[in-house]
Write a protein that binds this ligand. Structure first.
Ligand code: SAJ
Length: 430
């Protein structure tokens, strides 16, 4: 079976590689010639566990070929669309989907299975997408099979999650669902079937659930700081209750999904009472980078460090731990704000070269050397495993502002550091 994947990004590329690894003949289509060339040389441009090897093998075996040329789509039995659907000033931009759909229907042969994996507002499949395809001469569920199957992978764990995380398939007809089960069943047997609009909604409510849960945790962090409690201790204990699962507070909620999907959900219908819940959660999470900056300024003030002479080591530019992705990262706001205050910073991230306009250190040591404050923004494993005795020996002043609560306060204090942390109102006393 031949599969075309349109969009070789963080979802499309792992998807193309997984299908190729299962013996499908996969054509990956992308407008970026650098990505196309790298893939055809067997090079993976993503930092994804296990993907490098699988990609190399798929290319060597001749199962995966990348191209800019959409004419190859005409040979496909399956077309998967995995292009971005960004939010531009509150309005969802479906232009990449439109372009991909045009290319797909222009080239598709009869009886093709078309699967949309990009995040879209509920109703898009049965409305715009179905209408667009029909105006191009196809009859859905007769000579073109159409499903919505949202991607649900966490960056960094794409391979594992594509193979194991349950897949949702929302069909536009029985035959479409049957075809999609045959195809996706070959890569992941764990499939739930529903209608397209439910599948569209499922994608949005998963990410919004997480965003609202994190907002609650962040609110608890702000309260705890005021009343002298360590929120991590409080959440850890609350979560021992069998029906409680509070997420973790932190320096902010980044990435391309949680920062966007709640807005998409909130804009589905007008006039619903209580929709503010979703927007308020976003506001709390969007406030956390600002709060992190205020902790840095407090640390400067309390330790009588002048803003002119301070050197701040920023650990992490990626939006979350162990990924190379800096899109919508809390670091962006934090660094921007500290730059505006005229502060001198050295940013270090082992996985991304992004430094949001601040000076970038090539090594951790370079960033930490002679610094006055260490600000942890990303929970990379390498930062969690830092040897604080060593760190204490190379910094100028021993102060930590922990935006991800990856350092145990008592360990920091043991090594002579002053410890400031999100939600850290003081250590618990018995
Ligand atoms: N974060 C917290 N506290 C937490 C957990 C996360 O502050 O307790 C922060 C992270 O640091 C990060 C942001 O939230 O900045 C988002 O991280 P994430 O791990 O929650 O999610 P993403 O954006 O990497 O991936 C999500 C996933 N959705 C869910 O877990 C419901 C993934 O399965 C989706 O495929 C992906 O969005 C997507 O593409 O929609």
């Amino acid at each position: 079976m031949r599969v075309s994947v349109i969009g070789l990004g963080r979802v499309g590329l792992p998807t193309a590689v997984i299908f190729a690894s299962k013996g499908f003949q996969v054509i990956g289509i992308d407008a970026d010639i650098n990505k196309v060339n790298a893939i055809n040389r067997g090079k993976c441009y993503l930092h994804e566990q296990g993907l490098d090897e699988m990609l190399k093998e798929a290319v060597n075996k001749g199962n995966l070929f990348a191209t800019k040329d959409d004419k190859y789509i005409s040979q496909s039995d399956v077309i998967i669309i995995a292009v971005p659907t960004p939010l531009n000033e509150g309005v969802i931009n479906l232009s990449y989907i439109k372009d991909a759909l045009s290319v797909a229907v222009k080239n598709a042969k009869k009886n093709v299975l078309l699967s949309i994996e990009s995040t879209i507002p509920p109703g898009t499949m049965t409305g715009f997408i179905k209408g667009f395809i029909e105006t191009h001469g196809f009859t859905i569920d007769e000579d073109l099979f159409l499903v919505y199957s949202p991607e649900r992978i966490a960056p960094g764990r794409a391979v594992e999650e594509l193979l194991k995380t349950p897949r949702i398939i929302g069909g536009i007809g029985d035959k479409s669902i049957k075809r999609a089960l045959e195809v996706y069943g070959k890569i992941n047997p764990n499939i739930y079937v529903t209608d397209a609009v439910t599948a569209e909604l499922v994608k949005l409510i998963e990410n919004t659930y997480r965003d609202i849960n994190i907002a609650y945790a962040n609110l608890l962090a702000l309260i705890s700081e005021k009343i002298g409690v360590d929120v991590y201790e409080a959440i850890r204990l609350a979560n021992t209750h069998p029906r409680v699962n509070i997420h973790l507070p932190g320096a902010g909620v980044g990435g391309p999904c949680l920062t966007k999907d709640p807005y998409m959900l909130a804009s589905v219908v007008d006039g619903i009472k209580g929709i503010e819940l979703i927007l308020l959660a976003r506001r709390i999470n969007e406030y956390m980078p600002k709060h992190t900056v205020s902790l840095v300024l407090r640390a400067l003030r309390e330790n009588e460090i002048s803003e002119k002479e301070a050197k701040i080591a920023i650990l992490g530019a990626a939006y979350k731990g162990d990924v190379d992705d800096a899109r919508e990262s809390p670091s962006k706001y934090i660094i921007g704000e500290l730059l505006e205050q005229g502060l001198n910073m050295q940013v270090y991230d082992p996985y991304t070269t992004e430094s949001f306009g601040a000076y970038r250190s090539n090594t951790l040591e370079d960033a930490l050397n002679n610094s006055d404050i260490i600000l942890i923004v990303t929970d990379h494993k390498v930062f969690k495993e830092l040897n604080w005795k060593w760190v204490a020996s190379i910094v100028r002043r021993r102060i930590i502002v922990d935006g991800r609560r990856i350092v145990e306060p008592h360990i920091a204090i043991k090594h002579g550091f002053k410890y400031y942390g999100i939600g850290y109102g003081g250590s618990f006393k018995i």
